[in-house]
Design a protein around this ligand. Sequence first.
Ligand code: FAD
Length: 393
Amino acid sequence: MDLAFTPEEQAFREEVRAWVRAHLPAHIAHKVHNALRLTREDMQGWAKILGKKGWLAFGWPQQFGGPGWTAVQKHLFEEECALAGAPRIVPFGPVMVAPVIMAYGTPEQQQRFLPGIASGEVWWSQGYSEPGSGSDLASVKTRAERVGDKYIVNGQKTWTTLGQYGEWMFNLVRTSNEGKPQTGISFLLIDMKSPGVTVRPIKLLDGECEVNEVFFDNVEVPVENLVGEENKGWTYAKHLLSHERTNIADVNRSKRELERLKRIAKTEGLWDDTRFRDQIALLEVDIVALEMLVLRVLSMEKSGKNPLDIAGLLKIKGSEIQQRYSELMMLAAGPFALPFIEEAMEAGWQGDFPGGVVANAPLASTYFNLRKTTIYGGSNEVQRNIVAQTVLG
Ligand SMILES: Cc1cc2nc3c(=O)[nH]c(=O)nc-3n(C[C@H](O)[C@H](O)[C@H](O)COP(=O)(O)OP(=O)(O)OC[C@H]3O[C@@H](n4cnc5c(N)ncnc54)[C@H](O)[C@@H]3O)c2cc1C
């Protein structure tokens, strides 16, 4: 197994690095490096810059307008973006629904939806979870009843990330109660501006409204918005979830945040404490190990072997690492991490802060926000069950 990059791959990395440094707006990179609040304009602005270059659809084959990169090139692109302080690409359009539309959509659906996703113009949301249907996703109850050339949709989705900006939403809906729960689910694309769609924000521990409840009240959806066959949505949903879990491992962001942790520890003096530095070293070892795991998967793909089915493992390790660095940042900042001032998340905030350590003010928010990582994208307990089944049979 060869984990080293070839000279061509190194040259590719240099090209991406130079382009990202030249095009990533400085005010956005500043916010990302300091964990400050990103607005819709920040996230979509960067998406559109990437879209113009043809890189928002970085995972797509050329046939659908993507760059047709290898797995290694995709990895290097994501790493360079993360290290430069680019916002994470909001995955719901380019990373999640697009591969489903490419694999199972009609040519008309591909022509209609893919360009808006690749350019960053259209914001997508994910409508899988419902109250009572998270880990047990096959139990979704939101009902889509076929009436002529329309579906009439009634029900509720929840935890819809950034759904307040959503223009389109891909949903798992129940179209049949016959047989096993999995066999009665369909994959439906819903225009969120349709009459009967209500989005209600949920305020979280970190003070932000990152997630929402979405209600459907007799929403009319044209049948041409059904992806693939009716009642086969479970197959398409699984295709998408494997992308979601690999994406969530986000080892590149952890590498960047490790540097932030070191900066905070040095500013606050805890860097001189060898026991604390031990904790940082242990975290760094785990991040390197996770990176090696990712590189092993890439190497297997490169040599044409089937990669290990380890999306669940990547999700578990990646999310635990994210929580650990946020905990160590809290410890490093000591008493300055405690005050929780929502306004401190705004770039340029210079509020009255005891001790004046303004840069550490958003730490509590980061800490609270990252509690989610072991829950979303399939909880870690459930991932452990899946990994155990894969490894032990
Ligand atoms: C911040 C955030 C953003 C999210 N964004 C989206 C989104 O955009 N779109 C979307 O559709 N969903 C989203 N989700 C939902 C997410 O996928 C679910 O929260 C997750 O799948 C867990 O489901 P649940 O919340 O219903 O918990 P439950 O399934 O009720 O689980 C409760 C607890 O029981 C444990 N548990 C459940 N089943 C088992 C089992 N078989 N074995 C062992 N333990 C078990 C779980 O690990 C958990 O600890 C988001 C969630 C969060 C927190």
